[in-house]
Design a protein around this ligand. Structure first.
Ligand SMILES: [Zn+2]
Ligand SMILES: [Zn+2]
Length: 349
């Protein structure tokens, strides 16, 4: 029976949601934590002539997770900026974004909205170069996280419109603001920190690639320490979110338990009263056994048969029997309509 069940549907939904979110956040936190641990353990190898020897001496000619820092150098022809003369890079990202105002009928205001109309990312093979012209080829650079490119060009093309456009905008609830054109590049010569799997290939070139064991692959203009701290910060945020959701779930359970306990308490109190009245009625019935019928002046005003045996508080009326009091549709005194706060047995000596 739903009535007896101590938890409401809305609480079940809240509990389920908070537990599910808590689990999800904890999972993300665990993954982040693993990334941080791996970063902490990763050896930082100087990029110089000795690196090839180190790899040669390593079984399998592979180091599973290392940190390498070097300057970007294209293997062949670099990519040329479309907008800035003389700028060359190895990764190029061209984005065209549409900016518009959309009528928000809930908030009754125009709110900003943007949409990517066109995006193109291209890259050419490149090396990270260190001392002694030692170089490491970077494989799958677009799979790496943290690879933020420098903005080399940004231009906003303002939308222009006439009178009929304005009417159309009010009908459709959309006002175009214009288009933003950006070009981002990882420039030749920029210093990058790479964290990944380092191998010495059959052709004696060093290559940095996404780790085979699924660990995070980083390629970032920030240095190792900054990357490590950023990942640590993110892990802390996810842990906090997981803890918060778990607490919210616990609060829902406590809330339901508190309500359940209150209901139980009320039921115990009612049972206690009922027993008390039963005892009272039994005693008076036993006492009046030889008298037979009840004198009518003392009869309950509702059923006219049982003796009046309760005092309704706070009004203090003694007008009905306990059975009729329990059957009252509303807890108000049948005589004066005052709310009944408490009911106590009437003891007649
Ligand atoms: Zn009665
Ligand atoms: Zn009353």
């Amino acid at each position: 029976m739903m009535e007896d069940f101590p938890i409401k549907t809305v609480e079940v939904v809240c509990l389920g949601t908070s537990l599910a979110l808590s689990g999800l956040f904890f999972y993300i936190y665990k993954k982040k934590r693993k990334t941080v641990d791996r970063l902490n353990e990763a050896p930082r190898l100087p990029l110089d002539g000795k690196l090839t020897d180190i790899l040669n001496a390593t079984p399998g000619k592979c180091l599973q997770y290392v940190v390498i820092e070097g300057a970007v150098q294209p293997v062949g022809e670099p990519l040329r900026s479309q907008f800035q003369e003389g700028t060359v890079g190895v990764v190029q990202k061209l984005v065209l974004k549409e900016h518009k105002l959309v009528w928000n009928s809930l908030a009754r205001t125009w709110t900003d909205s943007e949409r990517i109309l066109h995006e193109r990312v291209s890259h050419v093979p490149f090396n990270l170069v260190g001392a002694d012209q030692a170089s490491v080829r970077v494989l799958c650079p677009l799979e790496a996280s943290g690879l933020t490119a420098e903005i080399v060009h940004e231009k906003f093309h303002q939308a222009t419109y006439g009178f009929t456009d304005i009417i159309g905008q009010y009908l459709s609830g959309e006002k175009p603001k214009g288009q933003l054109e950006t070009e981002e590049m990882v420039k030749v010569g920029a210093t990058l920190t790479g964290v990944g799997e380092l191998i010495l290939d059959a052709d004696r070139t060093l290559k940095l690639r996404p780790p085979a064991d699924g660990s995070a692959f980083f390629l970032t203009p920030a240095d190792y320490e900054a990357t490590r701290l950023e990942q640590e910060g993110q892990a802390a945020v996810w842990r906090l979110l997981a803890a918060f959701c778990a607490l919210a779930g616990a609060a829902v359970v406590l809330w339901a338990a508190r309500r359940y306990y209150r209901r139980l308490q009320a039921k115990w109190e009612q049972d206690r009263l009922r027993r008390e009245f039963k005892r009272l009625v039994g005693a008076s019935a036993a006492g009046e056994d030889d008298d037979g019928e009840e004198p009518l002046g003392n009869a309950c005003v509702i059923c006219m048969s049982e003796p009046r045996n309760c005092v309704l508080l706070d009004c203090g009326h003694v007008c009905c029997c306990f059975g009729c009091f329990e059957a009252l549709p509303q807890p108000t005194c049948p005589v004066c309509r005052q709310p009944i706060v408490r009911v106590v047995p009437l003891y007649q000596a």
